[in-house]
Design a binder for this molecule. Sequence first.
Ligand code: FAD
Ligand code: UDP
Length: 387
Amino acid sequence: MADVVVVGSGFFGLTVAEQLASRYGVKVMLIDRRPHIGGNAYSEPEPETGIEVHTYGTHLFHTSNERVWEYVNRFTAFTNYVHRVYTTHQGEVFPMPINLGTINQFFRSAYGPEAARALIKEQAAELGGKEPANLDEQGVNLIGRPLYEAFIKGYTQKQWQTDPKDLPASVISRLPVRYTYDNRYFNDTYEGLPVDGYAAWLTRMADHKNIEVRLDTDFFDASQPFSKAAVVGQVPVIYTGAVDRYFDYSEGDLSWRTIDFEQEVLPVGDFQGTSVMNYADPDIPYTRILEFRHLHPERDYPKDKTVVVKEYSRFATRDDEPYYPVNTAADRERLATYRDLMTGEKDVFFGGRLGTYQYLDMHMAIGSALSMVDNKLAPMFGAEGSR
Ligand code: FAD
Ligand code: UDP
């Protein structure tokens, strides 16, 4: 038997496994129910074109956390890719996130920063200075009603199929609003894509003599030797699957969104001229179209073919892959009861996007895994290098 079992080989599970194995000499059994490691960050070349496709949607790496940046650079170099997103609204393309370019194009104006700020302030005044209590109010507060209704409301309804009044304000707080022409999608200090792809990066993290990986292995399949029934109580378990599934949904289902990815190879060298085009209007059924070649302009991809993926968002059933925690008030109540149950599970450590029911980016999953190793796991295994 290994010293610990890590359930799920996404960035959270991989970081825990790598750190325990390399710093503390811990023997790790890393299981995943999918046929590949890496969780949602996984990518592979599309066979006909060789274009690297991010299997679970475009993954952009960005962080301002020095420790995370130093850590990830041990496994991969990064390109100088900078993410920019555009959105189509009523047949016209605008830059996202909302910036002075978006504002002036939308209002057919030539405002400077101060005049634009004054306009948005006036349009946002309908809230009367009240603290925004949900996504709808946060949207109006940030950009005023006309821009909110054009670029956020319809997209959000498609993405979440939940009334924006029932969604937490935090969902869009991560989208910056800028009174300059800077249309970078992220504000972080560091940004880039792994030079030789995500799969190579993820594989290097798992490549250690103390880590054994078992794929196609479900923690809840009692017939396999590292199942919940076989290991909990025997060795420490780091669990990064869905928290409600762990407790057999005893406190009710937490709501999740899943995405259907519709992939096509098109006989053109360039379909949309950019990596991500959002579709803001509710009458277009998909939320965005991804074109993967644009993530790596430095690569020698075929000039007569391209790979595009349309994303359709819907509620996840228990049989779907859960991607986005919806996080309504009812979900938060259920989560609190699951948290009580978690504290009763001795030597089971819940982490990652699914295990904590949180909207974590890659750098956040890695950062919280590093902290879990330092604060909770390392104390069980003696001094660094002692084993
Ligand atoms: P995951 O990657 O979900 O890994 C969990 C693993 O656990 C999976 O491999 C799963 O198969 C396994 N598992 C679950 N249940 C079981 C079980 N019962 N038995 C065995 N194994 C199990 N982040 C960014 O930083 N930038 C982005 O641009 C970005 N874009 C995203 C786009 C989409 C569509 C999605 C869904 C996420 C995006 N993310 C992005 C977030 C990123 O994917 C996560 O931060 C990261 O994957 C979190 O890692 P994790 O280990 O917590 O979870
Ligand atoms: N959003 C929007 N319009 C856009 C882009 C984003 O309304 O064109 C809102 C939407 O609610 C979305 C949230 O902002 O869920 C976060 O967007 P982001 O692109 O960060 O989401 P992700 O890449 O995680 O799907």
